[in-house]
Write a protein that binds this ligand. Sequence first.
Ligand code: FAD
Length: 480
Amino acid sequence: MIQLERVRPLNAARVRRGDFVLYWMQAAQRADDNHALEYAAAQANELGQPLVACFGLTPDFPGANVRHYAFLLEGLKETEAGLGDRGVCLVVRRGPPDDAAVELGRRASLVVTDDGHVRIERAWRRRAAVTLGCPLVEVATNTVVPVEVASAKEEYSAATFRPKIYRHLERFLVPLPRTRLKKDSLGLRLDSLDLGDTAKVLAGLGLGPGPSPSPSFRGGASEAKRRLGEFLRTGLARYALDRNDPSLDATSRLSPYLHFGQISPLTIALAVRRRGQRPGRAPFLEELIVRRELAFNFVRYNRAYDRFAGLPAWCRATLLERAGDAREYVYTPTDLEGARTHDPYWNAAQREMVLAGRMHGYMRMYWGKKILEWSASPERAYGTALALNDRYELDGRDPNGFAGVAWCFGQHDRPWGRRLVFGAIRYMNAAGLCRKFDADAYVRRVEALAAQVEAEVRKKVGLDQDKAEDEKPARKDKEK
Ligand code: FAD
């Protein structure tokens, strides 16, 4: 059953007699627990038509680089197979997502899409809605409670948002049955990029230089489910106690999969609930639902969600009041990017992010606070934190990233005791880290990761050299 509040027509066009129903897959890149896909499937059955899915692979998603695209493509290839098993042909076109939707939409009776809330995702949907000559319907599936149902305004904090989420939770936190399609679209002849060799597709995107693909995360729904299973078996029971200890790394590590929509928050939340009243259940659902959906609320209602100007007035005022304070350390964005500060814990956090594509959640708070402390101005700090986060984190460029960086500057928080540079913004220091957990053990964990990555790079370079050597005689033979 798909709750009606999830469904929102984006234009007033009428259903016409096309060849198929089109599911324009954008943010929810999955074949399971996807309300937009199930809604589109039900519409296709009602019209007696097949369902086609499309995905526009733009190389120009703001801030996205090789690391992100490699992960996305691994997931997309698996989703293509998952959709195929259900009789849905996935058409992947290179170019802006709305172009793909509009082009294929010419033959569609109606187009259904999922919900995307960052600026560019909203712009794509707006443009497609006015260009398509058939209905464009958006079905909310990227949060447990649809963003606009949860609240109609920007929320002040988790405390004001939590009761609003819980008011609706029981209605939305329910399993989503699969719709069996009556007609399949696999026989339709529609041009599509061949995803067989994802390395080739990646190379064909012509991306500029960027961080290499993460050695720690492989994209795809099956990997997301494997991680979820592992977390349920070994992590959930420890979550309440250990989640804030970066030396143990006891959290789910599901955020990249959530970011690319390769797993639904509904799948995770229901699986956690089914485990019964474990100690970790409540704090985990607080992060997955309340905190994550508060971030969606932030980007939905705050136009400047990615800028210093988007912070609450009291945060801006207190930070600007202290902008002239002398800083004990001032680092440039390049120093920070290269993890060249005096602080071994901060450097370790930065290296973890650069190497693995994911920094532990507790260190992200410390990391952002220190960028504020060590930058020449709060505005500059804001830009640096967001740019580094989005470049290196696999889960970057996400509502959670925008809200997470903003939190370091006071968003969703309250005023604290006044101090230099920070004004009334909450402060964190290295002594606090050492009181809470074994911070040196965290540094050692990152060093071990760095050694492992280096060994893998050496192995790869060695293999590439061997391959080049092997190919030499073959080339010479040919020349003869
Ligand atoms: P778990 O602890 O296992 O939690 C499960 C899920 O709940 C996460 O995958 C995430 O979706 C959600 N969640 C957990 N903590 C938070 C939180 N504090 N706020 C909102 N949702 C949360 N998260 C991103 O997804 N992308 C980002 O780019 C990002 N950047 C951040 C930057 C800063 C400066 C800060 C302070 C936080 C940022 N976060 C970001 C939020 C959070 O740190 C990560 O979501 C979390 O660490 C991901 O690890 P996990 O999947 O193991 O989380």
